[in-house]
Design a protein around this ligand. Structure first.
Ligand code: S3P
Length: 416
């Protein structure tokens, strides 16, 4: 069996969430073309509807009529950390009372990283884990240096800054995904970015947003599963089209290249404020590598998949400085180590990452623990085992990639 063909994976989750939320805040109408309609983005759609925005679903497009002020509501963010963290920042400066709840996984995830800077801006937020209650109030700007490389924290403070008095400043020691800073000016926000003393400094002024059109490219974090499959499974070559090539998102592709994978990028172009193109990965001999420091944020969501790919390399690999993995949808260090071991991978967990040795995988019974990226990683793992892999909770992939199983089957070609 090998993987061959061309595929347009579903659209980007981070960009879809942001287009929806900014569309709600904007005057007039926003068109989101090719949105992702996975469970996480559906949580954002339902949240902005509950807050009073009118969202119409047409073929390949969501049309949002913005609102002047959201109405008080109880918002179920489901499994989606992005929905919850961005909404906390967005809602803190509006009049109204908002309760934010989530599923079991989201209710265990840390929200203090967002509530703390917002409280420094004057926000009234009760709780540091879901359920949280926000009593909207008047905010003052802050000058905030991010203690963790987190696009969600950065975005929450910037969104609060849109409604605060004065200029809000966010200083980033390590670059995290920058879709918020790219997209907000398209909606008319007054925002600037400069480098000062080795920090990336983002300034936002109080701004009124105006609706616009956002074209959402394919999600590199979803395309990554096909890149990994093509790199590992003999005689494969897969092209993923229309993929977002924002450098803050494609660290995993750069890591594959460093490991010796055969990667070709073509048809590169700009769509809105994002770089987009087609990526072809062809099988080749892989060697192990170290992923650490400022290489972590641009591939944070792909590190479970990296653990699998590393097991197919001809030398050991190490991931360090990635303690953030412990506060994702699951503890992605513990869960990756336990489930890959069940399939024969020689992997040990550390406080902030893992060490993987070249391994020969076999079949077995594994669980996703309800984590979408685990589900897809384990499905890709089954491509390099002779025996079957039984995956409990495989449907978790619907969170970011409905129909992943069908798409993975579509590119599989049996060799006679
Ligand atoms: C996201 C940011 C990342 C990422 C998550 C989506 C976003 O989280 O892991 O899947 O859309 O802003 P952090 O910002 O907490 O690192």
């Amino acid at each position: 069996m090998s993987l061959n063909g061309s595929i347009r994976v579903p659209s980007d989750k981070s960009i879809t969430h942001r287009a929806l939320l900014f569309g709600m805040m904007a005057n007039g109408t926003t068109h989101v073309r090719n949105p992702l309609l996975g469970a996480d983005c559906r949580s954002t759609i339902e949240a902005i509807r509950s807050l009073g925005a009118d969202v119409t679903e047409q073929q390949d497009e969501l049309i949002i009529k913005g609102i002047e002020s959201p109405r008080s509501a109880r918002l179920d963010c489901g499994n989606s950390g992005t929905t919850m963290r961005l909404l906390i920042g967005l809602l803190s400066g509006y009049n109204g009372s908002f309760e934010l709840v989530g599923d079991e996984s989201l209710s265990r995830r840390p929200m203090r990283r967002v509530t703390e800077p917002l409280r420094n801006m004057g926000a009234h937020v009760t709780g540091d884990m879901a359920p949280l209650v926000i009593e909207g109030t008047t905010l003052q700007s802050i000058d905030y240096t991010l203690p963790v490389a987190s696009a969600q924290v950065k975005s929450a403070v910037l969104l609060a800054g849109l409604r605060a008095s004065g200029t809000t400043v966010v200083r980033e020691p390590m670059l995290s995904r920058d879709h918020t800073e790219r997209m907000l000016p398209l909606f008319g926000a007054k925002l600037s970015i400069v480098n000062e003393e080795g920090l990336r400094v983002i300034r936002v002024e109080p701004s009124t947003l105006t609706g616009c059109t956002v074209d959402v490219p394919a999600d590199p974090s979803s395309a990554a599963f096909f890149w990994a499959g093509a790199a590992m499974v003999a005689n494969s070559s897969v092209t993923t089209t229309d993929v977002c090539l924002n450098e803050t998102r494609i660290g995993f592709l750069r890591t594959l290249e460093r490991m010796g994978a055969n990667v070709v990028i073509s048809n590169e172009r700009s769509v809105g404020e994002e770089r987009v193109g087609d990526v072809t990965v062809t099988t080749s001999e892989l060697s192990g590598t170290v992923v650490e420091k400022d290489f972590i944020p641009s591939q944070i969501d792909e590190l479970p998949l990296f653990a699998l790919v590393a097991s197919q390399a001809n030398s050991p690999s190490i991931v360090k400085d990635a303690a953030e993995l412990r506060v994702k949808e699951t503890d992605r260090i513990d869960v990756v180590v336990s489930e890959l071991r069940k399939l024969g991978v020689d992997i040990v967990g550390t406080e902030d990452g893992f060490i993987v040795q070249p391994s020969r995988l076999h079949g077995g019974d594994v669980s996703t623990y309800g984590d979408h990226r685990l589900s897809m990683m384990l499905q890709v793992a089954s491509l390099v085992t002779d025996e079957a892999v039984h995956i409990e909770g495989i449907e978790a992939s619907d969170v970011s990639y409905p129909r992943f199983r069908e798409d993975l089957q579509r590119v599989q070609r049996k060799i006679e």
